[in-house]
Ligand binder design. Sequence first.
Ligand SMILES: [Zn+2]
Length: 172
Amino acid sequence: MSDYEKLARDLGIPHTRDLQALCDRMNELCPGPPIELVEVEYSPDRPCATVHRQASGRCVVEYVKHPDEQVRLHNVLHELAHIAFGDLDSSQAEMEALLSRFPDLDPDVVLAVFRRDQGSSGAFSTDAEYRAEMFASYADAMYLEAEESLSVRARTIRRVVDIATLNRRLSF
Ligand SMILES: [Zn+2]
């Protein structure tokens, strides 16, 4: 079973569509401080979604308000994939190293200033971005597949993602 299949199954995809339920499930899979879900207004200079760890250790997933539920799911699942695949773990150590240099300042303010590239591809390696985005697309296909009327199109998307996943695994 691929990492994507396993994560999708563990999160209850495609049966679970509720964003908070997905975050709660993620918290059970990766025990730690609660994942906080925050909906934010669209702004052209803001990414579709971000995930960052607060100085307190809490994970905050911010996602832009969007009328399409599948888009919201995609964006949040992309961020949850970063948590699942451990992309935040190395930044945790880096974060602590950074904070130790500014002991007199509010840690969250320091982090906000230094995280100016949050959510863009600068925040994680391209590899991590690719993997998180692939998972979100994989989940899209599973949701679509679960909707009978879209099954043909969804199966095609799923197959393309599966092939892309396989190619990627073969390239290692
Ligand atoms: Zn990302």
